[in-house]
Design a protein around this ligand. Structure first.
Ligand SMILES: Nc1nc2c(ncn2[C@@H]2O[C@H](COP(=O)(O)OP(=O)(O)OP(=O)(O)O)[C@@H](O)[C@H]2O)c(=O)[nH]1
Length: 333
């Protein structure tokens, strides 16, 4: 039986790790640990992996680039390594928030992998609280719009998350926009990525061409499926992903910070910092927290049972790293 592969995609901070934190324990409660997770982070620091610690699932981390482009080969190599050694029943790939899922499909259709795996589908999480702003901003700036659209267009299941942050009117507009991109995929609204976890394994691929091609036999089709898929979807001659315009850096804290200053710092980050996350010790609270920042949200969660390195990761475009670090240093106790 081929190893089932699920691709978990969605823009930065949409709720992918939040879903995994629910999905993995659910899988574990139902069967033996025969799922492997591949996590991809843009930077050299693994914040999301820490959140999955203790779940007792093999996690393969692919750092410092995006598996849809700059480290695409590492995905293929990582898969080739995992398949014979761990012999999993399924693999869940959590992409970076700026990954184009079609390029990930392309990497997975490498001839060395093709006969061993079956891509079950693409689960895409949409941050409903930001979707309209993001498409209008990226449309205007010309960046990331193709990626954002691909994440919706090629989804086999759309989870419209963070609906607690928006009105029903806005939700209707978001759904309408999503339907303009993708009429076929089932669409569920969620809060904290809460969804029917059993249904995740039964998603049906809506990428018709991928299905059709897979029923063909012979190496030429296998070799070129990814490329054909892209071409047939009108993406064949697109330049490399816009990932190249996205930057990330990590900063290691040298001591505890004051909570109020730190929250104010996160809220004042320029809007081309699309995402910040990490771990920090709060001097005035006397404990460490994980922090999460998306453009419209700052969240601090006390750490339980883990003691990771205190580090901040910033992801965005064209930001002034020196200025961000200077501002951050004013938060120290
Ligand atoms: N208000 C609200 N916050 C949410 C919801 N779902 C997730 N969050 C929060 O949003 C933040 C980002 O969630 P993650 O699950 O880390 O998002 P992600 O897609 O894995 O992020 P990246 O891997 O950095 O792209 C976290 O602080 C979550 O707790 C939701 O439905 N409503």
């Amino acid at each position: 039986m081929n190893v089932e592969v699920y691709i978990l995609t969605g823009y930065l901070g949409s709720g992918k790790t939040t879903l995994l934190q629910k999905w993995l324990p659910h899988l574990k409660s139902q069967e033996n640990n025969d799922t492997v997770v591949i996590m991809n982070e843009m930077g050299d620091t693994d914040v999301d992996g820490e959140q999955l610690q203790g779940m007792d699932f093999p996690v393969k981390k692919l750092m410092n680039g995006c598996i849809c482009c700059s480290i695409r080969g590492e995905l293929t190599d990582g898969m080739k390594e995992i398949l014979p050694v761990l012999q999993p029943r399924r693999i869940i790939i959590e992409t970076t928030g700026v990954a184009d899922p079609i390029d990930v499909v392309d990497a997975l259709t490498h001839p060395d992998l093709y006969s061993a795996i079956e891509i079950k589908g693409i689960i895409s999480i949409v941050d409903a609280s930001r979707y309209l702003q993001l498409i209008s901003r990226f449309q205007a700036s010309g960046t990331l719009i193709k990626t954002l659209r691909s994440q919706v267009r090629y989804a086999d299941l759309l989870l419209v998350n963070k609906v607690d942050l928006i009105s029903t009117d806005v939700l209707e507009k978001v759904k309408q926009k999503l339907r303009e991109e993708n009429v076929a995929a089932p669409l569920h609204t969620t809060i904290q990525s809460e969804t029917d976890l059993d249904a995740l394994l039964t998603i049906q691929q809506t990428a018709k061409l991928a299905r059709e091609n897979r029923t063909h036999s012979g190496p030429p089709v296998q070799k070129t499926l990814g490329r054909m898929l892209k071409q047939s979807l009108g993406l064949g001659s697109q330049p490399a992903s816009l990932y190249s315009s996205i930057n990330s850096f990590s900063y290691r804290f040298s001591g505890p910070v004051i909570e109020k200053r730190f929250v104010a710092f996160l809220l004042s980050l320029p809007n081309h910092v699309y995402r910040a996350k990490g771990y920090v010790y709060l001097a005035d609270k006397g404990h460490a927290v994980s922090f999460q920042h998306t453009e419209n949200q700052v969240m601090l969660h006390p750490l339980e049972g883990i003691d990771p390195e205190k580090v901040a990761v910033f992801i965005g475009e064209g930001f002034d790293q020196t200025k961000i670090i200077e501002d951050l240093k004013t938060c120290y106790a």
